[in-house]
Design a protein around this ligand. Structure first.
Ligand SMILES: *[C@@H]1O[C@H](CO)[C@@H](O)[C@H](O)[C@H]1NC(C)=O
Length: 228
């Protein structure tokens, strides 16, 4: 049964590949409701803590979606969204929280890390080396079921219902996801482009994913020296 499910899941994602994307970015050049990347992550047990790190480069000033993880029960199970420039919005199991006051540079790389621990409910958002005050969201929550992860679009239902006005336009790279909170040192290493322990649920150096629509893989221009 488990094998059959794995087989069926692999049919649904189309031509999934597994690749080391070090020094690569995904480019989303057009605003659309059908261009996206679907990274595959397997949860061995429900998520009760997580860290997401990623970098994005965008020239858009409208709403956009940075990372969308849906479960069968919650389209916005773990969602990082930007309602406008300079405002980040965290969602856990369809409850949201705005985080203003952090860097959001238009036409430059932004490095973001979000840590969440359901035990305390504490969330911290880091952007370009600065961090937010700690905020409560997702206390005692757990993220269960097979996750559907999408880059480039926002899932209004499990695996679909994308809206062009919420799509991402620009470049995304270095996406890592852990089932734990990682240390401030690891986060600082990540932000500066230095060595860090890669994500155990999503690892950019060994990403299993499929692509739909107009998405391109290009060389990364994230400037590591600038960030030292
Ligand atoms: C985290 O993920 C690893 C690998 O899937 C798993 O072995 C471990 O049990 C998970 N830990 C927690 C706390 O979920």
């Amino acid at each position: 049964m488990k094998l059959l499910l794995i087989f069926l899941a692999s049919l649904c994602v189309g031509h999934a590949v597994e690749q080391d994307l070090s020094e690569k970015v995904f480019v989303f050049p057009v605003s659309s409701a059908n261009s996206y990347v679907k990274p595959i992550a397997t949860l061995e047990q429900p998520l009760t803590a997580a860290t997401l790190c990623m970098r994005y480069f965008s020239s858009l000033s409208r709403t956009q979606t940075l990372f969308s993880l849906a479960t069968p029960a919650h389209p916005n199970a773990f969602l990082l969204y930007k309602p406008s420039v300079g405002v980040y919005q965290l969602h856990i199991n369809d409850v949201s929280l705005n985080v203003p006051g952090l860097p959001d540079q238009t036409g430059k790389w932004n490095s973001v890390c979000w840590t969440w621990d359901s035990n305390s409910g504490l969330n911290t958002l880091w952007v370009n080396g600065k961090r937010s005050g700690r905020k409560i969201l997702g206390a005692k929550a757990s993220i269960t079921g097979v996750p559907s992860i999408i880059l480039g679009q926002e899932q209004d239902s499990y695996g679909g219902d994308f809206v062009q006005a919420q799509s991402f336009v620009g470049d995304i790279t270095d996406v890592h996801l852990w089932n734990s909170t990682i240390s401030p040192c690891e986060i600082k290493f990540y932000m500066k482009g230095r060595a860090f322990t890669p994500g155990n649920l999503l690892n950019w150096k060994n990403l299993h994913y499929s692509i739909a629509g107009s998405v391109y893989e290009e060389q990364s221009d994230f400037d590591k020296l600038n960030c030292s």
